[in-house]
Design a protein around this ligand. Structure first.
Ligand code: FES
Length: 805
């Protein structure tokens, strides 16, 4: 066994700390701790001459464990870890404590007590560092390829970005043509250009001049050498690990061979079958073999297998000059190996039929904005004319109803965010082309929050669009005139209105793509309560997910306009590129380790692990044991806190290491009741830090122990703390929905509640234990809670019945 030699390096912060702490007493105390072979004092140890002293001691073999008391702990930790590693010592054999913010400053009014606390902190650090083990790095390969699921604006953009960065990219679209919901929208705000406009390729694609944007079919997207597009295809299985996914894609038959089709459209002309055209909202018919609109990608018709009579008819086969029709084509499974995946499946329009008062299903002249968009589109079913679907006569009066299925707790409580702008855009387009049409928009609030968006509102008003503030209660049909009437209370003028309309247009909510749930399950991704894909962190990591190497963007995350979708796509692409770029993942093995001899058949840890890092594998004797993926484990310890058999441990946070630290912290007594504050390394400890930085005072009898996440804590730790002399225990973690490891804080909260019940059973006051959920800026809350805890304990008197615990 290695002879442990601990070096302790005490920074006095340029002589500031000795004004509060008795450094001579501290140094004398530390020298007496078994295992300590060297104690040095300096102004600072995280850089300059100070760090040279540490490195010198390491290089000369004087020490093989290092404890540093430093006043810039985080920065110091990083610098010291890097330096000792270069000097040949594993960086995990170093402990850094902060005697300034964690001791001197918050206890400056009680210097003697602070000095005693400093001794306890250093003792705990020394005892811990003696038990630490080196942790090595492992490398995992990352393939230089990516899959993008969804061929709308975001998907196309992300695929193009990645391909142009040199990665092999597969773009999968479930529909037969690229474009997504955007392609049906006609034009976009705020640029007023076509929806199928995308950034043109800057790759070496001949004949494509890179300009600010181009139509999809002119963009060169299909010619980028390392970008492969699969339409009419969907992902059915994903296996493997981040950096090395095996994806199975089902490519449904198109029945028209893309490599042979010459785009003459003779098959479409010859087809005798006519069915309602869904793409054009059923406002016209199409053939069983069809393309949506001219100039789609791919420019190859597809056969609708629900409508086609196949070999009974086969007229398309007869007329095709290039032998491209294959009525016997079958679905095929395509296997792809990719390092990263981007989900860009978009969103869809909410079906307003369920809102009975608007009679979407009953009255043909009640339509949605997507249907209106098709009418406004020159390629659409009415060639740009605004007609009543019931009799195809021009509409003279149009009433638009906002927030249909949005901001409505019966359906979707959220604001769909783009419906106001879509209504304004459509109202303007109609008024500009047909000034005689009367357009009224019934709204709750008009939301025009983007750049240039308010101009649409102003322009609509200038063009004579009327606005009524109120959510209509009903749309009904006058039995005699057959005209639609919209009942609405004008909230501004406080009057009831009956608005006549030829056409009622519903600004229907936008909801998650139909296959969002299926894709989330295949990829192990989470959906929010609204059904959209959940980001890793909405503020800072909006296009990442908790699954490494899998990213999300565009409307898959929430309804978005085109500029935001595009921005999101660039972000996802750059995140994916960053993930792929090194060709490997280098990871410290700060992972959980299973003691198989104790592990037995329960499924707690695989279920609780926020990163799907634990699976159950069958052993030779038929039992199942947990197996931790070294690649996926993030080292939070939530599994440790959950295991009922203590069969799983986190490297360097083993039970003996934690208990030793607890005992050491509480072994140096104080005049006030001792409190152990177990803090997570994230918001919990940051709040403790910030209270110290702000010099907020709390008793020095509060001893702080840092753990990766409060999810690692077990009831046993509370009991051990009480046994070791704590009169109270605080658990300080992130907000319950803000844990950096997803669920740790919530689990800790439940454990604290459970422990309180147990304590009561033992006759111990449950008020001796509490959980505090904080963020960094709430240092004052921590200091206040610590003061109150000590006051409470003083009133309660010493802990009794401790023997029974
Ligand atoms: Fe703070 Fe989990 S990281 S409680």
């Amino acid at each position: 066994m290695e002879n442990v030699k601990v070096g302790v390096f005490l920074s006095d912060c340029g002589g500031q700390l000795p004004k509060i702490l008795d450094f001579d007493a501290i140094m004398g105390y530390v020298k007496g701790i078994p295992g300590v072979v060297l104690v040095e004092r300096s102004s600072e140890f995280w850089r300059g001459e100070g760090i040279k002293k540490i490195l010198d001691a390491v290089k000369r073999g004087k020490v093989n464990r290092v404890v540093v008391a430093e006043s810039v702990p985080k920065l110091g930790e990083i610098n010291i870890a890097q330096a000792v590693e270069e000097a040949g010592l594993n960086p995990y054999l170093v402990e850094v404590v902060d005697l300034k913010n964690g001791c001197a400053w918050p206890h400056r009014e009680t210097p003697r007590e602070a000095t005693e606390k400093a001794k306890a902190m250093l003792l705990a650090a020394v005892e811990r560092v003696k038990l630490l083990e080196p942790i090595e790095k492992i490398e995992f390969p990352v393939l230089q390829s990516a899959l993008v699921i969804g061929g709308g604006i975001a998907g196309m953009q992300a695929a193009m970005d990645l391909a142009e960065l040199g990665f092999e990219v597969y773009l999968i679209e479930k529909e037969p043509f690229l474009g997504g919901i955007a392609a049906r929208a006609g034009t976009f705000f705020p640029t007023d250009d076509c929806a199928i406009c995308i950034q043109s390729s800057t790759s070496d694609v001949k004949t494509v001049t890179p300009t600010s944007r181009k139509c999809v079919y002119r963009s060169g997207i299909s010619e980028v050498p390392n970008l492969k597009i699969l339409t009419n295809a969907k992902v059915v299985k994903v296996e493997g690990v981040p950096g090395n996914y095996r994806v199975t894609v089902e490519k449904r038959p198109r029945y028209v061979d893309e490599s042979k089709c010459v785009g003459c459209n003779l098959c479409i002309e010859a087809c005798p079958v006519e069915v309602p055209d869904d793409y054009n909202a059923g406002l016209k018919t199409r053939k069983a073999v069809y393309i949506n609109v001219p100039n789609v990608y791919p420019p190859v018709p597809v056969i609708d297998e629900d409508a086609c009579k196949f070999h009974e008819c086969a007229r398309c086969v007869e007329v095709c000059p290039s032998d491209a029709i294959n009525l016997d084509q079958k679905a095929e499974l395509v296997s792809l190996n990719v390092g990263s995946i981007i989900v860009a499946v978009g969103f869809r329009e909410f079906n307003p039929s369920v809102i009975k008062e608007y009679h979407y299903d009953d009255y043909p002249d009640v339509i949605t904005h997507l249907e209106l968009a098709r009418m406004i589109d020159g390629f659409g079913p009415t060639g740009g004319m605004i007609l009543r679907p019931s009799d195809r006569k021009p509409a003279k009066k149009i009433v638009m109803i906002q927030c249909v299925g949005s901001r409505d707790r019966r359906y979707n409580p959220y604001c769909s965010s783009i419906c106001c702008m879509i209504s304004l855009k459509h109202a303007i387009l109609i008024k500009e082309a047909h000034p005689e049409i009367d357009v009224t928009i019934c709204y709750i609030d008009i939301r025009t929050t983007g750049r240039e968006h308010e101009k649409y509102y102003e322009r609509a008003r200038e063009l004579g669009v009327k606005f009524v503030k109120g959510r209509p209660t009903e749309v009904f049909m006058d039995p005699e005139t057959k005209r639609l009437i919209v009942d609405v209370e004008d909230a501004l003028l406080n009057r009831f209105l009956e608005l006549e309309a030829d056409l009622v247009v519903l600004a229907s909510a936008f909801v998650p793509a139909e296959d969002a749930g299926e894709i989330a399950e295949i990829l192990g991704l989470e959906l929010g309560e609204d059904g959209f894909f959940k980001e890793y962190n909405a503020k800072l990591r909006p296009t990442e997910t908790k699954v490494k190497g899998v990213f999300i963007c565009g409307g898959a995350v929430f309804p978005k306009d085109a500029p935001t979708s595009s921005l999101h796509a660039h972000s996802a692409a750059i995140k994916a590129a960053k993930f792929l770029l090194n060709g490997k993942i280098v990871k410290d093995q700060r992972t959980a380790v299973v003691k198989e001899e104790y592990c037995g058949d329960c499924e707690f840890c695989p279920v609780i692990c926020p990163y799907n890092a634990i699976s159950l594998v069958q052993t030779g004797n038929g039992h199942f044991v947990a197996r931790v993926s070294e690649l996926l484990c993030e080292g939070c310890g939530v599994c440790v806190g959950t295991c009922p058999l203590n069969a799983i441990e986190l490297k360097n946070w083993r039970q003996d290491q934690m208990l030793t630290q607890i005992r050491a912290l509480l072994s140096v007594k104080a005049s006030k009741p001792l409190v152990l504050a177990i803090c997570c390394s994230e918001c919990g400890h940051a709040a403790v830090d910030s209270s110290g930085m702000a010099m907020l005072q709390y008793p020095a009898s509060v001893r702080v122990m840092k753990v990766p996440c409060t999810g690692i804590i077990q009831v046993q730790h509370f009991l051990e703390a009480f046994k070791a002399g704590a009169q109270g225990v605080m658990v300080v973690g992130c907000k319950s929905d803000g844990c950096h490891y997803e669920v740790g804080s919530q689990i800790a909260g439940r454990k604290v509640e459970l422990a309180k019940i147990l304590l009561k059973e033992y006759g111990v006051e449950p008020e001796r234990l509490e959980m505090l959920n904080v963020v960094y800026i709430e240092g004052a809350r921590f200091a206040e809670a610590a003061r109150r805890m000590v006051e409470r304990l003083e009133k309660m008197g010493p802990l009794r019945l401790i023997e029974s615990v």
